[in-house]
Design a protein around this ligand. Structure first.
Ligand code: MG
Length: 203
């Protein structure tokens, strides 16, 4: 199982990090050891002093595929969850400055808290799924799948040109604006529509 994450998929987040809108999806990988499930706490690692939260909708791939055309991409995922793409922003900034990969800053242990999954058929319109992140009961990020630069189908199609997608692979689809640091004791709660899907305490 691999975890693929899309970067720069919401215009408002691109602006807050002073990037430009990409012509193609930007993606990177996290190892399976990044997963943090069942609302387990996140233990702040000793190698970073600036862990940022990034709330994202997550697709689960339901069958193997390569070179998937956008028109058929919809049949390659069947479930949706919400997750956090924890990012060691200090390590990432250093990597960017030096032209180095993001593996450390994005792929460390438990950098991918993930909620339970819900069948995508639960949603009337996949291009209108709202989600949000509350930090200590205050909403800090709000997003909607309709605001993604690259849709679920376009993401699947693009990735599958380069990497075979397999059943169970996870795709984090990018974060909206409002990313920011987490501190010890913080309580993070992620919602899809108005339902709480994910809780994570920072310890
Ligand atoms: Mg992200």
């Amino acid at each position: 199982m691999k975890i693929i994450c899309i970067g720069r998929n919401y215009v408002d987040h691109i602006k807050e990090l002073h990037h430009t809108v990409p012509a193609d999806p930007v993606f990177f990988l996290k190892p399976d050891t990044a997963l943090l499930i069942r609302n387990r706490p996140f233990y702040y690692p000793d190698f970073s002093r600036l862990i940022h939260h990034e709330v994202e909708l997550v697709m689960k791939i339901s069958k193997v595929g390569k070179n998937i055309q956008p028109a058929f991409a919809n049949s390659y995922f069947d479930e949706i969850a919400v997750g956090l793409d924890f990012t060691a922003r200090d390590l990432q900034d250093k990597a960017k400055q030096n032209g180095l990969p993001w593996a450390l800053s994005k792929g460390f242990d438990h950098s991918a808290p993930l909620s339970r999954f819900v069948p995508k058929t639960k949603f009337l319109d996949l291009s209108d799924i709202s989600f949000r992140l509350d930090l200590n009961s205050k909403t800090v990020q709000t997003g909607n799948s309709g605001l993604m630069i690259f849709s679920f189908d376009q993401i699947i199609s693009y990735i599958s040109r380069f990497m075979t997608l397999r059943t169970g692979d996870l795709i984090f689809t990018g974060t909206p604006a409002g990313v920011g640091p987490v501190q010890l004791g913080d309580q993070l709660e992620a919602y899809i529509e108005d339902q709480k899907f994910l809780s994570c305490t920072v310890k």
